[in-house]
Design a protein around this ligand. Structure first.
Ligand code: G6P
Length: 467
């Protein structure tokens, strides 16, 4: 539509994110899988823009390069900075604090200093490469100081920021020793976007309480400009997932998976990064209790849990992994039969096409995080179910719960409720399953990741105008 054209064709778009949208392959670089990258790369290509980010390796001094006609500009991060900025401040201070303080945060001045200095490196890089009047779109909690730093150096550029994770209420956020600095950093933006309306109101409340700013109608008044604050729930590339799910190779792989699992009546599926926010342990416990009580039967019901390795150097992640793996061992020891485990546990990063085949094989998808910005697995599962069947059990505490009201919604802290939700999904009649799945698919189809990016960029373009 016309808004998307004027959003993407006027000014060059420069994106900054902690990670570049590419992976190293045997012969160079390839785009990372997933809808976000697929949605944003074409926009960059058309607008003549650049993506600024880290390659994922320490001290990786790579010259700027192109992938698929898109300019990529690596920002080097040293081994010590990975420890202090990435594992430390980003993932051991901000991550738990922003996720309901599910684990204790470490607050450490050296980590903060590294966070500040890596953010400064991103800001200087952006200031050097952004064309005049460019649109700069900065992503996620690792880079919250960049907007303020960039505005000081480049008042001509338009600055947007999108937070992919929740923004906590003042009661939690105010624990952060550098709380004013973070808010000031984000107020360098013309537009700050959050997943849910609650994130936006939490942010405005923090800005008012900590900095005494004036706010009205989702607009914060700064000395010489305004910052607009709103919610933009992210999504997936519905068409891409559907297409992959429909492929002959996927169909073949899906029936192979079912057969390998012993052709059980019901395949339950969990797919998460191995993160303590995801509620994998409580999910396993609920499953075990249902087996124990004879309400599920290991001959008819199996669980596949994919846990993708992530942030393995951080202590809370090591603990979580140990706990999950002990539980898997206990459950299998008690309920499996020779050649037929009841829990199939993969601590692996699976290729995207294998995941899509697994989604198709899954009769019941369990997405039960304690807190999650959005959760795209829930949306991918529904998009992959081109057969119109399958049940999604979804935590109320995932951002996706706002839109995916046709899921079986559950409070994962309530173990009885979680068990009931699993049983409800397993026993659901075909008619209701199909009705709910159609609702899920309609919802995701009509607000996919392209629409999300267009809405954000259009709002950013108009951020300076009167409401
Ligand atoms: C979440 C964050 C992203 C992050 C991703 C993977 O989705 O919002 O910013 O890139 O997790 O985590 P990692 O630490 O491996 O980048």
């Amino acid at each position: 539509d016309s808004t998307s054209n004027d959003a993407s064709s006027r000014n060059p778009i420069v994106i900054a994110a902690n990670r570049l949208p590419v992976m190293r392959t045997d012969d160079g670089w390839a785009p990372s899988p997933g809808g976000l990258v697929r949605a944003l790369l074409p926009m960059l290509r058309e607008s003549g823009g650049t993506w600024v980010g880290w390659t994922g390796n320490s001290d990786d001094h790579v010259e700027p390069f192109h992938v698929d006609g898109v300019d990529l500009h690596p920002v080097p991060i040293s081994e010590e900075e990975i420890e202090l900025y990435y594992e430390g401040f980003s993932n051991d201070a901000l991550w738990p604090l922003y996720h309901d303080a599910l684990r204790d945060s470490t607050y450490d001045a050296a980590q903060w200093e590294a966070y500040r200095s890596v953010n400064e490196r991103f800001a200087v890089t952006l200031a050097n490469i952004a064309p005049t009047d460019a649109t700069v779109w900065i992503h996620d909690y690792q880079l919250q100081l960049v907007p303020g730093m960039l505005r000081e150096q480049r008042p001509d550029v338009t600055i947007g920021f999108f937070l992919h994770i929740p923004f906590p209420p003042y009661e939690l956020f105010s624990r952060l020793p550098w709380r004013e600095e973070i808010i000031t950093g984000l107020l360098g933006c013309d537009l700050v976007g959050f997943q849910r309306p609650k994130g936006a109101t939490n942010f405005i409340a923090c800005a008012q309480q900590l900095l005494g700013v004036d706010a009205h109608d989702g607009i914060i008044e700064n000395a010489e400009y305004q910052t607009r604050v709103d919610s933009f729930p992210i999504s997936i590339d519905f068409g891409e997932v559907e297409e992959m799910a429909a492929g002959r190779a996927t169909r073949k792989r899906t029936s192979q998976i079912r057969a390998r699992l012993g052709d059980p009546e019901v395949i339950m599926l969990g797919v998460d990064r191995l993160d303590y926010t995801k509620g994998i342990g409580l999910r396993l416990q609920a499953f075990a209790q249902l087996l124990e009580d004879g309400r599920l039967d290991p001959e008819r019901h199996v669980l596949v849990q994919v846990a993708t390795p992530t942030r393995e150097a951080v202590e809370h992640y090591k603990d979580e992994r140990a706990q999950i793996e002990r539980l898997v061992g206990e459950i299998n020891g008690r309920f499996s039969r020779i050649g037929l485990p009841v829990v199939h546990y993969l601590y692996q990063t699976l290729p995207y096409d294998e995941l899509i085949a697994l989604y198709r094989a899954g009769d019941v998808m369990l997405v039960t995080p304690f807190r999650d910005g959005m959760n795209l697995v829930a949306k991918e599962y529904a998009a992959a179910h081109i057969d119109g069947d399958g049940v999604l059990v979804l935590s109320e505490f995932a951002g996706a719960a706002d839109e995916l009201t046709d899921a079986v919604l559950v409070n994962p802290h309530d173990n009885e409720a979680l068990q009931d939700a699993i049983l409800q999904a397993v026993a659901m009649h075909r008619h209701e399953r199909r009705h709910r799945m159609a609702g899920l698919r309609d919802q995701i189809r009509k607000s996919d990741v392209q629409g999300w990016a267009d809405r954000f960029l259009t709002a950013l373009l108009h951020a300076g105008e009167a409401p």
